[in-house]
Design a protein around this ligand. Sequence first.
Ligand SMILES: [Zn+2]
Length: 276
Amino acid sequence: MTTAAAVLFLAGLALAVASWLWGPPLLASLRRLRVRRQPFPPAWREILRRRMPGFARWPADVQLQLKKHAQVLLAEKPFIGCGGLSITDEMRVLIATQASLLLLNRRAGYFPNLRQVLVYPGAFVVDRTAAGPGGLARDERRVLAGESWQQGQVILSWDDVLAGAADPGDGRNVVIHEFAHQLDQESGFANGAPFLGRRERYARWSAVLGLEFAALQQRLVRGETGLIEPYAATDAAEFFAVVSELFFERPAALAAEHPALYGELARYYRAHPLLW
Ligand SMILES: [Zn+2]
């Protein structure tokens, strides 16, 4: 092989390796740029005006970002109706826009593990065999407003999605809750710690959230109620999902009563709903 041929061969090899390494993400970012450049359809804007009264009160830049993220989510994630439900634009837009709250400034991808969003007309019943005490298999039957699976599914009750969007200040939002579980599940089993990057961030995260979780359990033992609902004491994963709902829906109360927790969530979500 001549020197020129060798150089050409090596250059070709480098190009092949580069496109194998960066090709798919590059194509995805180009596709997303194209989607984000499209105008947000007026019919979708009307859906937000009618069904999500909190949306119009947020700053213009937050609204714009949410719409762009929602457009990408809608272009990439299939929505599937269950229990006889036919998926409409109203369902897709309302779910995607609320889920986009968790993405705002994070630049961490669009729920990369999420493959489908399944929607039931109302609360749905799940039958499953769970490991009970002593390793016994125990059949569970529960009525749920939502669920998030590590295999890439979020399941939602449309009634509960509507209720969550209709009252932006009650601290309850099934879309935020289930998509927070998806973030948690990106780094393996839901354990209350999403992917945080550097090791010292995990230490601070578990110190802050661990302390708040323990404090909640102590309050419940004493029979006290507070801002954070008792369901959050189930485990660390539910705690993260429930306080994420409060962070976006009752930021002032969360910051006043649990400032360290608010601060940690603000760092993670790269957002300050308190200022909106
Ligand atoms: Zn949950």
